[in-house]
Design a protein around this ligand. Sequence first.
Ligand SMILES: NC(=O)c1ccc[n+]([C@@H]2O[C@H](COP(=O)([O-])OP(=O)(O)OC[C@H]3O[C@@H](n4cnc5c(N)ncnc54)[C@H](O)[C@@H]3O)[C@@H](O)[C@H]2O)c1
Length: 248
Amino acid sequence: MEFQNKTAVITGGASGIGFLSAKCLAQEGANVLLVDINENALVEKVAEINAKNVGKAEYAVCDVRQYEQVLDATDKAIEKFGRIDILINCAGGCERRCNNYQGDWLDMPAEIFDWGVDVNLKGPYYFSQAVMRQMVKQKSGVIIYLGSICGEEATLSMAYSVSKAGLMNALTKSVAIYGAPHNVRAVCVSPGPVLTREAMGKLKTLVGRAAETQEIVDFILYLASDRAAFITGSNHFIDGGRIAMTRG
Ligand SMILES: NC(=O)c1ccc[n+]([C@@H]2O[C@H](COP(=O)([O-])OP(=O)(O)OC[C@H]3O[C@@H](n4cnc5c(N)ncnc54)[C@H](O)[C@@H]3O)[C@@H](O)[C@H]2O)c1
């Protein structure tokens, strides 16, 4: 019951790393607000958590690109649970895959780049600011970002790569500096390939496989816990040695 009496807001909470994080936090006693654009999945996943766990789950339909919706979701967490202790920014995705674009970069419409930066960088920025207001009042909290090896290796999905690089470096550090006097930490977890999608199994790592989603979530929960009180302002690869392999 490491997270009893705590509240977590998890963006991208209807799927993958976000949903499993929410479920594991609720197993450890936390109340969780799942935030996503996919309402059908939210309804299903919240029911799954509430059927089995100690912590309670609620959801907010919210597009992280829309500032007013981010404020509404933050207000909902406070209204339902009274506080916000943990923010996990999982909503994200590669602009090429999510917009089904397979063409050359030179032909790529600007809207696809904008989508990638808005979801992967602006959304976490909006949520950090909205949630920080509450954490400052509480004088405690932790904000977790999901970076990626793509923010270090770079790819032709440039919106994804530059956005993840922004989270992993400037945003995590900046939010940590702002939060420190208020006892609020900010950290970034940057996975290599994770088996939330089968295709990720094809990417090479030193360990010779992709990560199970649970392996990433275990690390996120550690960073969210008071055991990680000394960790702030830093990016942490969890990549099976992929960066060591490709960058030396
Ligand atoms: N899976 C991997 O191999 C991997 C590797 C490195 C980093 N990551 C990062 O980890 C995070 C989670 O990845 P995942 O594989 O669990 O993803 P996923 O695709 O399973 O889940 C992403 C969720 O975000 C939601 N979402 C998308 N756009 C949104 C928006 N505008 N507003 C609100 N919600 C929105 C989707 O509906 C979905 O439920 C992402 O940020 C991803 O970039 C994943």
